[in-house]
Design a protein around this ligand. Structure first.
Ligand SMILES: Cc1cc2nc3c(=O)[nH]c(=O)nc-3n(C[C@H](O)[C@H](O)[C@H](O)COP(=O)(O)O)c2cc1C
Length: 324
């Protein structure tokens, strides 16, 4: 057992979060994470409507009695999803934990808090973390440059970002991006975090509702095989390196516009990757940490290895560094 402020704030056994993952954060994975004692997040926008999200929450509840949360990703969009309706669906479902990401969550906090929902806000810079704290979130998840998905535009890796954020925050903070094992959790705690959030490691578990060939592609890939797409558009995303992501990078680097890559980056193609198992079919997120992922275990095994290993590292290997 490891116990931090994060465990107390969110009422979970282990200081480990499974971050929201488009097309992956469904009941199968999230309930397994909840059963393991970590905190899983359903991904709201994976569901086509707020009603469908309500049904997915019910499906998750049928599989576990432990707490879980919902990720609400608020990204700039020409036709934004009805965020307010998703927020209401979360509140009405009785879920009491939300992971917000993508933009300042301030406008959503009063209603969440009025309903007793705790807000864990994920962001990629110290200034955004401080702003979120001022806006009243209950905890922050700080995402370093290593991460899968959106690392922001500052390119500050976790080794600097985590302690820099810890110096400025008084609320609990979890470190995110590049974590997959016990060494990572211990280092996050040493840097001032109260736990870790992981995406790619949970994508690569038996319970993740993703085609096995994609998990095998993560295991086979090294830390060097990711691409940063949308850099020139200042909406950077770290994704698996494949023929499609490399083509997108090339087109935008040559001065192309979003219109020129729209078909290549279509969400439907990314979804088909996970469902059909062809890693070259579209754009899909994966982090540098894939270089540290060598197997496809169960969620319970991942969490147990991390917690047991972190305890051993702290009480044995690190304790030996200090002369008696
Ligand atoms: C397949 C995949 C999909 C993701 N989709 C989302 C998303 O919809 N919303 C979000 O806030 N983060 C998303 N993320 C980011 C994760 O929640 C987490 O921040 C990230 O994976 C951490 O980096 P790591 O992969 O090195 O652990 C996604 C990550 C992956 C791997």
């Amino acid at each position: 057992m490891l116990r931090t402020r994060f465990c107390d704030t969110f009422g979970v056994r282990h200081p480990i979060v499974q971050g929201g993952m488009q097309w992956v954060g469904r009941a199968e994975l999230v309930s397994a994470v909840a059963e393991s004692g970590a905190l899983g997040m359903l991904t709201a926008l994976t569901q086509p409507t707020p009603e469908a999200l309500g049904a997915e929450i019910d499906r998750c509840r049928e599989r576990t009695d432990h707490p879980f949360g919902v990720n609400l990703t608020i990204l700039p969009s020409i036709n934004p999803p009805p965020y307010d309706e998703y927020r209401r669906a979360i509140i009405e479902s009785g879920v009491r934990i939300v992971e917000t990401a993508g933009a300042n969550p301030a406008e959503h906090i009063p209603e969440f808090h009025a309903a007793g929902v705790k807000v864990l806000h994920k962001c990629t810079s110290v200034r955004h973390a401080v702003k979120a704290q001022e806006a009243g979130v209950d905890a922050v998840s700080i995402d370093g440059f290593e991460c899968a998905g959106h690392p922001g535009e500052d390119d500050v890796p976790g080794l600097v970002l985590i302690p820099a954020a810890a110096e400025r925050l008084s609320i609990p903070m979890v470190a995110c991006g590049g974590f997959a094992d016990a060494r990572g959790l211990v280092s996050a705690l040493a840097l001032g975090a109260d736990g870790i959030t992981m995406g790619t490691r949970f994508l690569c578990t038996r319970e993740a509702p993703v085609h096995r060939r994609i998990k095998e592609a993560v295991v086979a890939a090294s830390e060097r095989e990711t691409e940063l797409i949308f850099r020139p558009l200042r909406n950077t995303a770290r994704v698996a390196s494949n023929s499609v992501s490399r083509e997108v990078v090339g087109i935008l680097d040559d001065g192309g516009s979003f219109e020129d890559v729209r078909d290549l980056v279509a969400g439907a193609r990314g979804r088909a990757v996970f469902e059909q198992g062809d890693p070259e079919h579209g754009i899909w997120s994966s982090g540098m940490v894939q270089g540290l992922i060598h197997d496809i275990p169960s969620v319970a095994e991942v969490v147990d290895r991390i917690v047991t290993g972190a305890r051993e590292t702290i009480t044995e290997r690190l304790a030996r560094v200090v002369p008696a």
